[in-house]
Structure formats: C-alpha cells, structure tokens
Write a protein that binds this ligand. Structure first.
Ligand code: NAD
Ligand code: MG
Length: 356
C-alpha cells in the first residue's frame, strides 16, 4: 500500500448526527492501492453474469490479465469472447490464475468450488468473493494457505461497468477473511482499484457484517419489505373499492419519486419536498405499519443461520417453495394492473413518470 488508509469520521454537522454514534470506518481511495499486487497476476473471473462481466471487462481494461471461467455449454462463452476476453472452463481458469474471483450465483458456488477451484488453489493464491454468504455460513471452507477476500461493489454489475466506462467509480466494500500471505488486504485493494471502486471509495468491513447486513436489508427493507408494503397498500385501497389504477399509481409508481428524494437528500430532503399535509400525516401514521418485533426475528434468523439453512435446503430440494412464492407474486393483481398501465402511459422507467 502506498499511502496510509484514510479514516473517515463524520463531523456531525447537524443536531441529528450529533446524537448518533460516529461512523469510524476505514475508507480507501485510489492513492491507497498498489497495482503491483495485481499487475503481474492472472485473475480468473468465474461467471459472466451481472457482476462477472463487469469485473472481467473492467479488470482487463485496467491492464490485468483476465481469464473468464465458464461451463463449456454456457451461452456466455461466445459473449465473453466477443467482448475480447479469454475464456476457459472454471477448472482451467482457476489453474491459470493466482486470484480466483467467484462471481457465480451464491447457490452454485459450493459445488463449482469443490469440483473446479479447490483442486487448483496453490498456497499464496487469493480466493475473492463479492458476497460473504458461502464463507460466513461455512459452505466453502478454503485451505489455510490461501488469502480469502471480498470486494463487493454496492451496485448491480451493469452500473459497475457503466461507471468505469464513464471514468466514475462505484463504491465498494472490502473484507479480509483469511490473510495467509500477510498482503491479502493489498491484493484486494489492487483488485478494487482495477475494478474502479477506489475512485468512489472502498469501505472496510468483515464477511460477517457484510453477509448479515446484506441479507437483513434485502429481506426486511429493500426487496421483501418494500414489495410487501406496496402490495398491502394496494390491496387496502382496492379492497375498499378504489380503482386499481389509482392504487397502483399511489402505492407503487410514486414510490420511485419519493425514494429519489430520499437518495438525494435523506429523509429531510424528502420531507422538505412534499406538502406539509403529507409530512404531518406521514410522521404521525407511518410508524404504525412497521413491526419492529418482526424485524428482530428476521435479523435473528439471519444471525443464527436459520435462514441460511432454509435456503440451502430449498435449493437442494430444487426450490419447491421458491417456485410457489414466485408464481403467487406473478399472479398478483398489481402485476396485471402495472403491465396495462405501463403500456398506456409512456414512461421509460428512467424517471419520466407522470406525477400522481
Ligand atoms: P448472475 O446470476 O448474474 O451470474 C452468474 C454467472 O454464473 C452467469 O454467467 C452464469 O451463466 C454462471 N453460472 C451459473 N452456474 C454456473 C456453473 N455451474 N458453472 C459455471 N458458471 C455458472 O450472478 P451475480 O448476480 O453476478 O452474482 C455473482 C456474485 O456477486 C454473487 O456472490 C452475488 O451475491 C454477488 N453480488 C451480486 C450483486 C448484483 O447486483 N447482482 C451485487 C453485489 C454482489
Ligand atoms: Mg444485496
């Protein structure tokens, strides 16, 4: 590492921040990374999906030798080659590489690891992840002699790629689970740098923290919480006799506008933009729809491994319950109403929504 990692502590400019614990995380930027840890290495990128294609292309354009690891029957094989990348089977790629970046679906990682990666790991190699599930829940147990690291961009892969092309960065997380060489952090940081993440900032965390906060967030707030909130609001209005189209605009379509305001300016930025009536009504009524005890239970299931065991078993049984949940979601009235409205109104999903 060239420079000392910068430590960022919020100075708490507002009353609210003064009452909060300070954010005392280590954040790395471009100057903190040393290319020597990756420049002469070969990186195997296993998988060419959302994350895989972005990591492979960004690393290659940063001058790193990349080989993409894919099954021989994978439709991505030709795509990766058209993108100018070298492609091999996962075993061949892992054999050629000293850094193996595992960007396969989390549920298939253990089998591919066992069959193709582990036999090709040498002492001093780096096993690199973008999410901590399989390490944290013991589904992959790397040998003692290898470094085990994580660079997790906090963004879908296509944005990791687009930001890189636009000379912008994508914020990321860095974690070191096992430091066999004594330079695992330096290698991970050089990887993050080649990926474009140090342009924005890379926050140090642990596999434990990343995995549990990621699972909790997607279940309770982001993916699960928000869709259930929208459906319940939609159903409440429709059951009371209001037009489904009105319910759709109010409960789903307008959500984006509100979230955009929160994203830009936090909750206060949003409250300042809506009417006083919306603010007073929201502040007095909103809390009634949230069940903190249920959130505690969701977090406990993540922490004690109940969720992980359930999801692993569900996959081993070929996903019977998952299929049913997906079907029910697809058949919900809100999907039909939404499809019709998206056809009737010309908004491209890029923020040009009609204001309900
Ligand atoms: P994905 O489903 O988009 O892509 C997976 C790739 O693996 C595909 O190219 C697929 O063809 C390939 N693949 C599937 N089975 C395979 C097999 N048996 N052998 C070889 N190749 C196989 O996955 P993703 O969303 O990019 O996720 C990859 C990792 O990144 C996961 O650990 C995920 O948690 C993490 N992650 C994803 C995101 C995201 O936004 N998608 C964000 C951060 C971290
Ligand atoms: Mg996530």
């Amino acid at each position: 590492m060239t420079g000392r990692p910068k430590t960022y502590v919020t100075d708490g400019g507002t009353d609210v921040a003064d009452e909060s614990p300070s954010f005392d995380a280590t954040v790395y930027y471009e100057g903190d990374a040393d290319g020597r840890y990756i420049d002469d290495e070969t990186v195997a990128v296993l998988g060419y999906g959302s994350q895989g294609h972005a990591h492979a292309q960004n690393l290659a354009e940063s001058g790193v030798d990349v080989v993409v690891g894919l099954r021989e029957d994978s439709t991505s094989w030709a795509v990766a080659e058209e993108d100018g990348l070298r492609v091999a089977t996962p075993a061949d790629a892992a054999e050629q590489a000293s850094i193996v970046s595992v960007l396969l679906p989390d549920t298939v990682q253990p089998a591919v690891y066992e069959e193709a990666v582990e036999p090709n790991l040498e002492p001093g190699d780096t096993l690199q992840f973008a999410h901590g599930f399989n390490i944290h829940y013991d589904q992959i147990r790397p040998p003692a002699g290898v470094d085990v690291t994580m660079i997790a961009p906090k963004s879908p892969g296509h944005l990791v790629r687009r930001n890189y092309e636009n000379d912008e960065g994508t914020p990321g997380l860095l974690a070191v689970y096992q430091d066999a060489t004594g330079t695992a952090r330096e290698t991970a940081l050089a990887y993050a740098d080649a990926l474009g993440c140090t342009r924005a900032g890379v926050v140090e965390t642990t596999f434990h923290e990343e995995t549990e906060t990621d699972l909790f967030g997607e279940q309770a707030v982001l993916c699960g919480g928000v869709t259930e909130l929208v459906k319940a609001g939609f159903e409440t209005l429709v059951d009371a006799g209001y037009a489904p189209e009105m319910a759709y605009f109010e409960c789903l379509n307008e959500l984006k506008l509100i979230v955009d305001l929160m994203y830009e300016g936090g909750h206060m930025g949003m409250w300042d933009s809506v009417s006083d009536t919306a603010e007073y009504g929201g502040l007095t009524r909103g809390g009634d729809v949230v069940d903190r005890d249920a959130m505690d239970e969701i977090l406990a299931d993540v922490q004690n491994g109940t969720f992980a065991r359930e999801w692993i078993a569900e996959n081993q049984a070929n996903r019977p319950a998952y299929g049913q949940y997906r079907r029910a979601e697809r058949e919900h009235e809100i999907e039909r109403v939404g499809a019709r409205l998206r056809e009737l109104f010309a908004w491209g999903g890029d923020g040009g929504e009609p204001r309900a």
